[in-house]
Design a protein around this ligand. Structure first.
Ligand SMILES: [Zn+2]
Length: 399
């Protein structure tokens, strides 16, 4: 919206950012829809679209098919040769990276598995740098990278530059963005902004923007990976906590006499619903497959009885973990990612029964449980959002 007491350049930049944000969120929109959504008049929208077109960020076209009588409104969409984000998703046993277009479409992918001996921060930084270079080199036409967003299985400092603790990788206090920047600059002067985020926080961001929680302002996303974390959006706003450590639901103690957790406590939720525990129920050991979640989902969909029975045994601890979340946060929806999406697919009723047994007064609530809308890409697409942030705030800021 137009702000008073602002300089004309500020107003223009602000409005360009708002228009670009609409395209970023919703994809192609007609000029008429943009006029309505932004509350600006038609001629102002025309000028803003022309500016963004000149910057190479959007393009306009006339739809060939007419749904209504009369002159069709011009459509505005992302430029085919426009900006893209380089998104990176670090898991304990693999790194997945992608070039992601302005409207969240994956344009190109890279993936590397990490053997136990390859999980040092220096090696992983090298893998990421090679992915980034390769994705940039393979980009189409005149398109250009706006930045690098990196999803981390651990806690990240508020400035998004350092990893505080990644327990499953055994990384602590690392200036990881600088490590990546050093490697990118080794061969070529790639000066891209680099920002880190926690995998669960980025997962909920992407599910809220483009996935299973688009219409929902109070949502929790649970990563179902080697570690289990919760990304939280409450009243439409991300909740990160004072030091960015909110949502470490994997270390809520379900049974003080339970199995030893790597954090030093006993009976943490992660020891019951983390990847090692889930794979054990289907007769697999952790680390034997690089993308355990995709593999498990394919077993479930092929009707593998042993896998389905194994996953059902996770329903009770998952329901109890969710009860803790629900008692504290009262979300409208919980979105389950990774391996936990497969559990909910085969055992939704059992999970809900355990949840209702342990949560306070769910009879009066309307909690919805569902699998991730973005499949295994929730955290990856959230990382792309980190990279797009600067461009959306200032569409003139081409790196
Ligand atoms: Zn623990």
């Amino acid at each position: 919206m137009l702000r008073s007491a602002a300089r004309p350049d500020d107003i223009r930049r602000h409005n360009l950012g708002l228009l670009l944000e609409e395209i970023h969120r919703h994809g192609e929109l007609s000029r008429a829809e943009l006029t309505q959504r932004l509350g600006l008049n038609r001629s102002t929208i025309g000028v803003l679209v022309a500016d963004l077109t000149e910057l190479g960020l959007v393009s306009e076209f006339v739809p060939s098919r007419r749904d209504r009588a009369g002159r069709p409104s011009h459509m505005v969409g992302p430029s085919g040769d426009g900006p893209f984000a380089v998104a990176v998703d670090i898991e304990v046993d693999r790194v997945a990276s992608a070039a992601v277009g302005l409207t969240g479409q994956v344009l190109n992918r890279q993936e590397s598995t990490l053997e136990p001996s390859e999980r040092g921060a220096s090696h992983v930084a090298g893998v990421i740098a090679s992915h980034v270079k390769s994705l940039i080199a393979g980009a189409a036409g005149e398109s250009w990278p706006v930045g690098v967003g990196i999803s981390v299985p651990g806690t990240v400092t508020r400035d998004g530059l350092c990893i505080s603790l990644s327990p499953n990788l055994n990384w602590r206090d690392l200036a990881f963005a600088a490590m990546i920047a050093d490697r990118l600059h080794e061969e070529q002067p790639v000066q891209l902004p680099i920002e880190l985020g926690n995998d669960a926080d980025l997962g909920v961001m992407a599910e809220h923007l483009r996935g299973a929680a688009r219409d929902c302002e109070d949502v929790v996303y649970l990563t179902g990976r080697i570690g289990v974390g919760a990304g939280i959006v409450t009243n439409g706003v991300a909740l990160r906590g004072h030091d960015g450590r909110a949502g470490e639901i994997g270390h809520v103690v379900l049974d003080p006499a339970g199995p030893l957790c790597h954090c030093g406590n006993r009976g943490c939720a992660e020891t019951y619903i983390g990847q090692a525990a889930v794979l054990a129920t289907v007769g697999q050991k952790a680390g034997t497959t690089s993308s355990a979640a995709a593999w498990l989902q394919s077993l479930v969909r092929s009707g593998d009885e042993a896998a389905i029975t194994g996953l059902r045994s996770i329903a009770n601890p998952l329901g109890r973990t969710l009860a803790n979340l629900v008692n504290v946060l009262n979300p409208q929806r919980v979105v389950l990612g990774g391996l936990l999406a497969a559990v909910i697919e085969v055992a939704q009723e059992d999970v809900e029964a355990a949840l209702n047994k342990h949560a306070f007064d769910t009879a009066h609530g309307s909690l919805q449980l569902c699998g991730a809308g973005l499949g295994q890409d929730s955290s990856l697409l959230g990382a792309a959002e980190l990279a797009f942030k600067g461009l959306l705030a200032n569409p003139f800021s081409r790196p």
